[in-house]
Design a protein around this ligand. Sequence first.
Ligand code: ATP
Length: 198
Amino acid sequence: MKTLGVTGGIGSGKTTVCGFLEEQGARVFYADIEAKRLMQEDEAVQSAIVDEFGPTTYREDGSLDREYLAERVFGHPDRLDRLNAIVHPRVFEAFSAAEERAADEGIDLLVHEAALLFEAGGDAHVDVTAAVVAPDADRVARVAERDDVTPDQVRDRMGHQLPQEELRRRADHVIVNDGSLNELRQKSVDLYWTVLDA
Ligand code: ATP
């Protein structure tokens, strides 16, 4: 079995690519969803977060107050590092477990999808990496529509991520999402076979 890290900036199309890889038989581990799940459900993660950021990080009903946490870490790289130091190792642990299960079940390709694959060090946990890049104008228009936010809000989020040129430089494979969804499907199928045949 091979493991592939898929990343890309906001609205680049990485989740769409992962869906096409799933159609080919790949299994996808969504790191960002796993991180959210851990923060919401895992007692050890919760108690480490409370120790670091205070009890009001969780509401009385036990749900995570994302806005409060975002306010605490926004503009404080040291705090963000501490939050990541709590969550990331547990995400990688979950990925290892997913890897074992997938191998046992005869899956050919396990994909690790993460918006911040390189920033979080997720590239060290996979065999190869792929970055999905797309024209900024398309990304802004698609996310504004999908999330019902303004183009400026999307550009603001883009400004907090690695530039696409950097992703291109770091990734082993690059998918340029500058055409139709059908073209993106074909590029994803090509990537699937390129990784498996390597
Ligand atoms: P995020 O980081 O915000 O989750 P993402 O990189 O996972 O974004 P997607 O959710 O895959 O991006 O794509 C963003 C939106 O753009 C989706 O609604 C998707 O259907 C659409 N989209 C992606 N690629 C294309 C394309 N080539 N043609 C038309 N629509 C597309």
